[in-house]
Design a protein around this ligand. Structure first.
Ligand code: 1GP
Length: 251
């Protein structure tokens, strides 16, 4: 099985390098917007594009990825909201299991149904323990997943969930307060999880300021994901990316 990108994640973690990922929702872009986004992302040395959404209504996923790949070498990682969001044009797939919820379909059901298709895609598969954290108001992911998010002040629940995910063999932990969350994940929660989990940790949801991205990295995040804030103001890419990359960590 391919694991080139994952090795990259692990190496970065070992060396204390933090990464910045831009989330692209195919429903919210067109070829022109992608061209602009790719230009800004290349200039800002963005590490990854994540592509997907909790709910996609357009049929633009394949074309969107092909367009990004034609314009740059930034790896494209699928962040699928459903099994239909698998595209062979991407480099890798976050194979998400919603370990913070108790919805069997999102823990294993969808995976069983889509396994042959996922295998056939030839994508690099990254088994990811996906944890939704309460972001102050219902988000698309909390509604669609039909699963209760982890309360944002229950650091121990987050820690035990992430530990269980790691021991079950997940290769990444993605803690997400949902796209456009009112409140991003508190640093204290990131710090607690990072103190006892060795696999790379992705943090996203409601991050709008470079300072918050920086503090999250200091707390132990390995990859910061921003979507919504960049959709509103794409010039933020540069500041967010510099803030993440400026995090000096002694390892
Ligand atoms: C959502 O973590 C991602 O799943 C990014 O969230 O769109 O709020 O940046 P935002």
């Amino acid at each position: 099985m391919k694991n080139k990108l994952y090795q990259h994640f692990v190496r970065n973690k070992q060396q204390g390098h933090k990464s910045f990922a831009v989330l692209v929702d195919p429903d919210k872009v067109d070829n022109k917007k992608i061209e602009q986004l790719v230009r800004l992302a290349t200039d800002a040395k963005v590490d990854y594009f994540l592509v997907g959404g909790s709910l996609l209504t357009s049929n633009y996923l394949d074309e969107c990825i092909q367009q990004i790949k034609a314009l740059c070498n930034i790896p494209v990682i699928l962040f699928p909201g459903s099994p239909s969001q698998v595209s062979k044009y991407a480099d890798a797939l976050l194979y998400l299991s919603l370990i913070s919820g108790r919805n069997p379909e999102l823990l294993i059901g969808h995976h069983v149904v889509s396994a042959p298709m996922v295998r056939k895609s030839g994508l690099e598969i990254m088994p990811t323990g996906y944890m939704v954290i309460d972001g102050g108001a219902p988000t698309t992911v909390s509604y669609i997943s039909n699963a209760t998010p982890i309360p944002s002040d229950k650091n121990e629940i987050a820690l035990c969930t992430a530990m269980a995910g790691e021991m079950l063999g997940m290769k990444l932990i993605y803690m997400d307060s949902g796209s456009g969350a009112k409140r991003p994940i508190p640093e204290s929660m990131i710090e607690m999880v990072a103190s006892q989990v060795e696999i790379p940790i992705i943090i996203g949801g409601g991050i709008t300021e470079p300072e918050k991205a920086y503090r999250n990295c200091k707390a132990g995040a390995d990859v910061i994901v921003v979507g919504n804030a960049i959709e509103k103001d794409s010039s933020l890419i540069k500041e967010l990316s510099s803030a993440v990359h400026s995090t000096a960590v002694i390892v």
